[in-house]
Design a protein around this ligand. Structure first.
Ligand SMILES: [Zn+2]
Length: 55
């Protein structure tokens, strides 16, 4: 399962979530574990995460 990294726009907390691609695509919002805010953006790190699925 890929790990997705996020950064909170409110408190600048960086956190990562390990989600299946299906779960990632299903979820519209992600919550910051620190301030519980949902104003988070995806951060792309050096490793390659699978973001698309072809079946
Ligand atoms: Zn936060």
């Amino acid at each position: 399962m890929p790990t997705y990294e996020f950064k909170c726009n409110k408190c600048n907390e960086k956190f990562s979530l390990t989600l299946s691609v299906d779960e990632y695509l299903k979820r519209k919002t992600f919550q910051c574990p620190k301030c519980k805010g949902e104003d988070v953006k995806r951060v792309f790190s050096s490793f390659t995460a699978v973001t698309s699925k072809k079946s």
